[in-house]
Design a protein around this ligand. Structure first.
Ligand SMILES: Cc1ncc(COP(=O)(O)O)c(C=O)c1O
Length: 409
């Protein structure tokens, strides 16, 4: 049966605000869905179409005349499946509005491009994902946008970095790969006093673990490629937050094209149905692994947000529901020991991703950050023997057994 899609299909929400108050985010992640089509499907439909049709020339002209109209035109601008995914993330993050993109990097780049102008200044944590670093240092200066870095482990230095032209403060917490953590609420206070936007990359935590907007962030960004997909299948990104900030992002994405594909949105929207259960299990196994590795003779330290030995443990337990799915540790034997550890793994995957059902090990010094100098690596917290484990959903004893046998003499 044809779907009369002249305007965007409604998302299914509860009828009264009172009943919505009783719905938990876990429920919303499962139950928010585009309006059922005439086919009466149970699982959410996939609108794999590039464009949308109109019943009259007048209707079509109206759709083009006003870009604030809630009408589908072309999937670079909007698509019901993508809207469903964005709506879910908005509800889970407590955001007013959002936009999805083809990848996490597209979300980050679009945010900078849509919100910054020539002469603006950005303050960013130095411990941000490598490509974010590249945007800040290599591309933004081409458009006259300057930046200053702060050390996540010395947030008291941040106030001295503000300038009259500072427009945005950017942070990842927990950071990749060092698992550094900052207090979002205190950053939000600093930013609010100065009229500066606070943008948080929440990729490592996901909204099931941490909601930066509740702590005062203006925008939250995700690489949906990680835990939101959760099974290593598709790329995606999303930015959610204040409606007035999402509007310029919508226009930037609509005109320049880093839009999310409807197929990827369908995969990601289905993945959100299991996000809360998965994140609980990732976190339980990660804490188990981190505790079990403490005191191992081959390891000098283990880092996990919910271990009391984490330098920002107090902040982590205040702003996160659990410690998330990543554990890092430092091998006493440095870089060589890191390479040897990876080679000896039997089950954990050696791959350039995280947030999968499958546990993944990586050694940043010999792979993702190998091109940096030793000093540059140290500056972003990447020590020679640093191992990052993305703890998957396999039985926790099997994950631990593989790590222990790879550590053995
Ligand atoms: C914290 C963080 N932000 C952003 C990205 C970029 O996301 P994508 O690979 O989806 O472009 C990554 C990728 O690993 C990441 O770890």
């Amino acid at each position: 049966m044809a779907f009369p899609c002249l305007t965007k299909p409604e998302l299914i929400l509860l009828p009264t605000s009172l009943s919505r108050m009783h719905r938990h985010p876990e429920t919303e992640a499962i139950r928010i869905q585009t309006e059922r089509t005439g086919e009466q499907e149970h699982s959410t439909p996939l609108f794999l179409t590039s464009s949308f049709v109109y019943q009259s020339a007048e209707e079509m002209a109206a759709a083009f005349a006003d870009d604030s109209l809630d009408v589908n035109i072309y999937s670079r601008f909007s698509n019901p499946t993508v809207d469903e995914f964005v709506r879910k993330i908005c509800v889970l993050e407590g955001a007013e509005d959002g936009m999805a993109t083809a990848s996490g990097m597209a979300a980050i780049f679009a945010t900078f491009m849509a919100l910054l102008s020539k002469g603006d200044h950005v303050i960013s944590a130095s411990a941000v994902f490598g490509s974010t670093h590249t945007i800040l240092t290599r591309y933004l200066p081409k458009w006259g946008i300057d930046h200053s870095y702060f050390d996540m482990r010395a947030p008291e230095t941040i106030p001295s970095l503000f300038r009259p032209e500072t427009r945005l403060l950017y942070v990842e917490t927990p950071s990749n790969p060092g698992l550094d953590i900052v207090d979002i609420a205190s950053l939000a206070r600093l930013c609010r006093e100065r009229g500066v936007l606070l943008v948080v990359d929440n990729c490592f935590a996901t909204p099931a673990v941490q909601q930066p907007i509740a702590h005062g962030a203006d925008l939250v960004i995700h690489s949906a490629t990680k835990f939101i997909d959760g099974q290593g299948r598709v790329l995606g990104g999303v930015v959610v937050g204040r409606k007035d900030l999402i509007r310029p992002l919508y226009l930037f994405i609509r005109n320049t094209g880093p839009s999310m594909s409807a197929f990827n949105a369908w995969v990601l929207s289905k993945s959100l149905e299991t996000l809360y259960v998965r994140m609980n299990r990732h976190a339980e196994s990660a804490l188990f692994l981190a505790q079990a590795l403490g005191g191992h003779p081959a390891i000098s330290w283990v880092r996990y947000p919910f271990l009391p030995t984490h330098p920002a443990y107090e902040i982590a337990v205040r702003q996160m529901r659990n410690g998330g799915g990543l554990v890092t540790f430092e091998l006493r034997g440095g870089r060589e020991a890191g390479v040897r550890f990876l080679d000896r793994l039997r089950m954990l995957s050696m791959t350039n991703n995280l947030g999968d059902t499958r546990s993944i090990a990586s050694h940043p010094a010999s792979t993702t950050h190998a091109k940096l100098t030793e000093d540059e690596r140290q500056a972003v917290g990447i020590t020679p023997g640093l191992i990052r484990i993305s703890v998957g959903l396999e039985h926790r004893d099997d994950i631990l057994a593989d790590v222990l046998q790879a550590l053995a003499d």
